[in-house]
Design a protein around this ligand. Structure first.
Ligand SMILES: N[C@@H](CCC(=O)N[C@@H](CS)C(=O)NCC(=O)O)C(=O)O
Length: 209
């Protein structure tokens, strides 16, 4: 297996942390997004969306999208499950992970890609050109503020997103916290529960992935 990756980007990092939690080491190929390597003919051949992460299997099959890649890895390497251990836990993890993707990763993406000059004319990743909408950037920032508060309330009574079970949903939330710095949003001082959870996840060796 090979992971097409870009070290600085949040979505590939989610997969790298997932792999690290499972103690799986695989070859990575860096696709430099600053140099638009994702738009090269060679990369578009295997990744028509021009996005990372992309997992390429030994037979050449390519899997795009963080969730799908994590799903494949979980099924192929079931040890240290991160997508849930029981039918109920699997459903709860998926529910929380979806919410965190929409209200976390997508909210920061909305804030960042609609404001940074680097993303003029390409406010949404993928093959189609979209102009930035400044109001969406503003809304993205507001959504991050709400996320901080919602997560702080959640962690008042819970060690991780799903009780005392560390799951992919924690990886999504954790990556969101670091990604939020890109739009100058950091965990507010009074969100002590959220900060405690962050420090705990940040202390895991996988956080360095
Ligand atoms: N929905 C995709 C999101 C992937 C994505 O947005 N990747 C970004 C890097 S974090 C990317 O490849 N951007 C390429 C571009 O902006 O042209 C997933 O789950 O994998």
């Amino acid at each position: 297996m090979k992971l097409y990756d870009y070290a600085a980007a949040p979505n590939p990092r989610r997969v790298r942390i997932f792999l690290a939690e499972k103690n799986i080491e695989i070859e990575t190929v860096q696709i430099d997004l600053r140099k638009f390597e994702q738009k090269s003919e060679a990369f578009l051949k295997i990744s028509p969306l021009g996005e990372v992460p992309l997992l390429q299997l030994d037979d050449g099959t390519c899997i795009s999208q963080v969730h799908a890649i994590c799903r494949y890895i979980e099924e192929a390497y079931p040890e240290n499950p991160l997508l849930g251990r029981t039918p109920l836990e699997k459903a709860l993890v998926e529910s929380s992970n979806h919410q965190l993707n929409m209200n976390g990763i997508a909210a920061v993406t909305e804030g960042f890609r609609n404001s940074s000059p680097v993303f003029e004319g390409r406010a949404i990743a993928g093959p189609n050109a979209y102009e930035q909408i400044p109001a969406l950037a503003e809304r993205g920032l507001l959504r991050i503020d709400h996320l901080f508060r919602d997560l702080d309330a959640h962690f008042a009574n819970s060690q991780f997103i799903i009780g005392d079970y560390f799951s992919v949903a924690d990886i999504t939330a954790f990556t969101t916290m670091d990604f939020a710095r890109w739009v100058k949003k950091t965990i507010p001082e009074d969100c002590v529960n959220l900060q405690r959870w962050y420090d705990q996840v940040n202390a895991r060796p996988s956080a360095k992935a």
